[in-house]
Design a protein around this ligand. Structure first.
Ligand code: ATP
Length: 281
């Protein structure tokens, strides 16, 4: 099994991907490449197929046609052994966290370690405590149950679980959805830190304009079954494609852009500032 990115430097590559559910064609021809240690975002209108694309990258969904390569492996005809080995190399944080309510936070974080390793329980508990600290949660949260946590804490706990196996790739589906601006800014900073400290490649699906402007290196815009463009938010903001303009026009977009530009000038490294969602400009 390869341990390095493909020769072209891409850790994820999708070529001519099509996805149909019955007669509903979600993707007709998707092409994209994601580089090592980049923070890559998928954006698009509701139902454009962002989450489906992410699921295809982590073997939860098979495309109807086309090629998906992850960490040098072609996912099309991957065997069970290789699939299992690959799953250990990525972490996934689902939109609603996906934590098990009957397990404590520490047990939830330890779950991938119990599934994929033979480590003794004491060591698993120690690793879970480390991951908890990594995402900025207090040690006492380990013994709490998901129902006892706030939305922001739940996201962080889910992130800790996604990091349990020290993944090379991290997939985040709507990491800031439903969070207040302060908690969301915390997630922005955390994502940047994870990439900065561990060189993780991070792929995220998000509608969060602040997260996109402040954190994403490159963004792919999905519409009408294909990728309309890929670039930084600043690059995309220059395009006059009518399928892309809605992400940049309007007061919320302009506020997020202005905040990111102001933050670049003022913020210490790793910090982020957030626009007030309703603030007109
Ligand atoms: N397992 C499935 N069976 C049938 N249809 C599906 C399935 N998964 C997704 N779809 C359909 O595929 C389309 C794309 O869904 P997807 O969740 O990928 O969109 P999205 O861009 O992430 O949307 P949102 O921003 O609203 O979360 C939707 O029309 C959805 O109903």
């Amino acid at each position: 099994m390869p341990t390095t990115p493909a020769e072209d430097g891409l850790v994820i590559e999708m070529r001519n991907v099509a996805t149909r559910f019955g007669t509903h064609a979600v993707h007709t021809d998707v092409n994209l490449g994601i580089r090592k240690a980049e923070i890559f975002a998928l954006i698009g209108g509701s139902g454009s197929g962002k989450s489906t694309l992410l699921r295809e990258m982590v073997l939860l969904q098979r495309p109807s046609a086309g090629t998906v390569r992850v960490l040098g492996m072609d996912l099309r005809n991957i065997g069970d052994g290789d699939a299992l080995a690959l799953c250990r190399r990525w972490g996934v944080m689902f939109q609603h966290g996906g934590l098990f309510g009957a397990l404590t936070v520490a047990e939830n974080i330890g779950l991938p370690l119990r599934e994929h390793t033979q480590l003794p329980p004491a060591l698993i508990a120690e690793i879970a405590a480390t991951k908890l600290a990594m995402v900025g949660l207090a040690p006492e949260v380990a013994a709490q149950y998901p129902a006892e946590l706030s939305g922001g804490m739940l996201k962080r706990a889910a992130l800790a679980r996604a990091l349990a196996l020290d993944p090379e790739l991290l997939f985040l589906d709507e990491p800031t959805a439903g969070l207040d601006p302060v908690s969301a800014a915390g997630v922005d900073a955390l994502v940047l830190q994870l990439r900065g400290l561990f060189g993780l490649t991070i792929v995220m699906v998000t509608h969060d304009l602040d997260l996109l402007w402040q954190v994403a290196d490159r963004v792919a815009v999905l519409a009408q079954g294909t990728v309309q463009a890929i670039g930084s938010m600043a690059e995309l903001s220059q395009l006059d494609n009518p399928l892309i303009r809605p992400f940049f026009d309007g007061p919320r977009s302009r506020a997020a852009q202005a905040q990111a530009e102001a933050g670049e000038a003022e913020q210490p490294a790793g910090g982020t500032t957030r626009s007030t969602p309703s603030k007109p400009k």
